[in-house]
Structure formats: structure tokens, C-alpha cells
Design a protein around this ligand. Structure first.
Ligand code: BTN
Length: 258
């Protein structure tokens, strides 16, 4: 039986954050922390509130995909209310925080695949989903959902066995989900306080991108664009140089390396 090592009390005990994680809502089992976070946000939960699930029965991924989210994985959503113009930096803040938390808690170096997949050995260890509620040009809330394969045996899940990796698979031992979570909250809190200096966050994110300089294929709706990932703009878009020498800007989509 998997031992539950995460409780709200343990998460919050002496947590040295000023803002993120100061209110914790924990569910042993939940459909999706994104849905719960949306409800809490609409009911007025303070920014910085986190919703954590032991396991999710309907975990949501990007581009209408599902996110396999059994016990042993980390699944949380964070409610934020930054200024509208800071929204592009939320992707950067989240992915850099995941990379740093994995390093601090497990001693493993991860990298970011544009825009916000976190990879180890070219396999996905973490996914990030951001959902914003913007009405009449006013941001009501931004919800950052983060899933990390901490102690998931990815071999048990055929759909992801060849493309995912977990920290326990990699290190050969159990990694504390609680420690990964607490480090994640500390990293997010620290970067959130740097939001006025967005260039600082942008530079760390850019330096952790595995995508730059690589041949990539970007799928946007029905269209596929191939080229070399040349650079990123300060608001996070990917600049691709196609084989005819032309440049295109990729704002959102799915990018595969190689
Ligand atoms: C992706 O890579 O497609 C994004 C995956 C995001 C998964 C997380 S797990 C916590 C939060 N709740 C969800 O239902 N999804 C996000």
C-alpha cells in the first residue's frame, strides 16, 4: 500500500514562503485540481492558495489531453492573480520552479522543452497547464496546474511508458513527494517576488530551454512547421527558422524535438 506522506499540516509546517502555499486545500482523491481550483478561485480564495490531490481521476493535460495522475505523483494547482501583462511569465515561472525543485529535492538536473514541459533524459517528468479567467480585459485569476512524476512507475502505464520518466525510476529510490512540493512552493514564491523584473525570470527560463538550437517540429492545429528553434521572444514565443530561411513565430502548440 502506498503511504500518504502529504498532509496540509506537513506542507505548511515552517514553510518559508510569504505568499504561495500559505493556504492549502488537500484532497486524497479528486477529479482534477484544476476544476477544484477554479471553484475556489470563484468563491474568492486568496491568491497563493494551492489545491493538492493525492491522486486525480480525471487529470487534465494541455491540448485536451489527459494527465495520468496516480498516487505517488504530485498534482497541484496554484491560484494566482498577477497583473494581466505578467501572464506570459507564469509559464516561465512555473517551469523554472519545477526544474529547481527537482534539483533541490532529488539532485537531478531537468530541462525545459518549450514552452513548459520538463524533461529528464528527453522524457517528460512534469507537465504544466495554465488556465486563465479573463473577462473584458480583466484577469480574474490564473491557475497554474503542475503534475510531477515523483514516485510513479511509468512502466505500469502503457500510454506514457515510452515518453515519460519519474524521479523514482531515475534514481532507483523513493523521492519524498512532500519535499518536492515544499521546494516547488519555495521556488515559485521566490520567483513570484521577482515578477517586477520579468527579464530575470525570462533569462533563467531561456537558459534552461533544451529546445534552442535543435531541429524541431511544431504542430499548430492541422499545420506542421519544421525548422531549427532559433530563439525565444521576451514574452515567450518560439522563433523557428524554416529550411527556406524564413522565420516564423510559434505562439502556442506542440513541439517535438529532432
Ligand atoms: C501537460 O503536460 O499536458 C500538462 C499536464 C498538467 C497536469 C497537472 S496535474 C495538476 C493539475 N490538475 C490537472 O488536472 N492537470 C494539472
Amino acid at each position: 500500500m502506498t503511504e500518504i506522506n502529504i498532509t496540509p499540516e506537513k506542507i505548511i509546517k515552517d514553510l518559508p514562503t510569504r505568499f504561495i502555499g500559505q493556504k492549502v486545500i488537500y484532497f486524497p482523491r479528486l477529479d482534477s485540481t484544476m476544476e477544484a481550483a477554479k471553484r475556489e478561485a470563484l468563491w474568492g480564495a486568496p491568491a497563493g492558495t494551492i489545491i493538492v490531490a493525492g491522486e486525480q481521476t480525471a487529470g487534465k493535460g494541455r491540448l485536451q489531453r489527459t494527465w495520468i495522475s496516480p498516487m505517488g505523483g504530485l498534482a497541484l494547482s496554484v491560484i494566482l492573480r498577477p497583473n494581466l501583462e505578467k501572464l506570459p511569465y507564469m509559464i516561465m515561472l512555473a517551469s523554472v520552479s519545477v526544474v529547481n525543485a527537482i534539483w533541490s529535492a532529488a539532485g537531478v538536473k531537468a530541462q525545459i522543452k518549450w514552452p513548459n514541459d520538463v524533461l529528464i533524459k528527453e522524457r517528460k517528468v512534469s507537465g504544466i497547464l495554465i488556465e486563465n479567467d479573463i473577462r473584458k480585459n480583466v484577469l480574474k485569476h490564473c491557475i497554474i496546474g503542475i503534475g510531477i512524476n515523483v514516485n510513479v512507475k511509468v512502466k505500469d502505464y502503457p500510454d506514457i511508458a515510452s515518453i515519460a520518466i519519474s524521479l523514482s525510476d531515475l534514481t532507483g529510490k523513493k523521492v519524498s513527494e512532500l519535499e518536492v512540493l515544499r521546494q516547488l512552493l519555495i521556488e515559485m514564491d521566490s520567483l513570484y517576488t521577482h515578477l517586477d523584473d520579468a527579464e530575470y525570470i525570462f533569462n533563467i527560463w531561456k537558459n534552461n530551454l533544451v529546445t534552442l538550437g535543435q531541429k524541431v517540429q511544431a504542430t499548430i492545429g492541422q499545420n506542421i512547421y519544421k525548422g531549427t528553434a532559433e530563439s525565444v521572444t521576451s514574452d515567450g514565443n518560439l522563433i523557428l527558422r524554416q529550411s527556406d530561411g524564413s522565420l516564423i513565430k510559434i505562439i502556442a502548440g506542440d513541439v517535438t524535438l529532432g
